[in-house]
Design a protein around this ligand. Structure first.
Ligand SMILES: C[S@@+](CC[C@H](N)C(=O)[O-])C[C@H]1O[C@@H](n2cnc3c(N)ncnc32)[C@H](O)[C@@H]1O
Length: 210
């Protein structure tokens, strides 16, 4: 997958919006690794939650030009940046400033992507609307992720796939169990050690169609 052009972004804007880092590129690498599978699914409606700069959903849209791409972010400045990243790379993207995908309850997506705020912090650091929301994950670094897990069965198509980035501190086995209780199978698509952090991307899908 091609890395989207980012030369339209002023470096100072990354004081307010998450700058693409190893985790962002690991999620893109996971999608690339799973490209054959994704192509076989011929996805139509795709959503990135917490899109930040927009490079992940833009990279996805470049490979799937017929897909209808949406992104959300709690940080309004991230929504603006995602929109312009998509535009500069000729990808059509609808961005919505909202909590997770909560306003999409009546809609279903074939592919959902999420690189969440995963750093273990105090709970009261969670829930901001600015750059802190990029990393503050609360207890186990999972407070935002766990809310997303509850939403997935409501907004993912039966045949859909959810890609989630986790670190070891998030206790991936617990996440996998929570999703299994809701009928989702899982595969670890890719994992990598980045300095002292172990990052992985897990994909979730419903058994009956895979
Ligand atoms: C680790 S950053 C990832 C940004 C981008 N997807 C990337 O990989 O480069 C997490 C992103 O999630 C957003 N975010 C945090 N909490 C959110 C929420 N409740 N709803 C929507 N977006 C949220 C943050 O503002 C931030 O842009």
């Amino acid at each position: 997958m091609e890395t989207p052009k980012q030369n339209h972004i002023d470096k100072n804007d990354f004081d307010h919006v998450y700058e693409p880092a190893e985790d962002s590129y690991l999620l893109i690498d996971a999608l690339e690794k799973d490209l054959q599978y994704l192509k076989s699914k011929n996805p139509t409606f795709c959503l990135e939650v917490g899109s930040g700069s927009g490079i992940i959903i833009t990279a996805f849209g470049m490979v799937f030009p017929k897909a209808v791409c949406f992104s959300t972010d709690i940080n309004f400045k991230a929504c603006s940046m995602s929109k312009s990243t998509a535009f500069q790379n000729n990808v059509m993207l609808e961005t919505v400033n909202m909590d997770l995908g909560s306003c999409f309850i009546e809609n279903k997506f074939d592919v959902i992507l999420f690189n969440p705020p995963y750093v273990v912090t105090d709970s009261d650091e969670c829930g901001s609307f600015d750059i802190t929301a990029s990393w503050a994950g609360g207890v186990k670094g999972r407070e935002v992720t766990d809310r997303m897990l509850e939403l997935i069965p409501k907004i993912l198509t039966v045949d859909g796939t959810f890609y989630l980035l986790l670190i070891e501190d998030n206790i991936p086995s617990e996440v996998i169990s929570i999703m299994a209780e809701n009928g989702f199978s899982s595969d670890v698509v890719i994992k990598r050690r980045v300095r002292n952090e172990f990052q992985l991307v897990v994909k979730f899908f419903q058994d009956k169609t895979n």
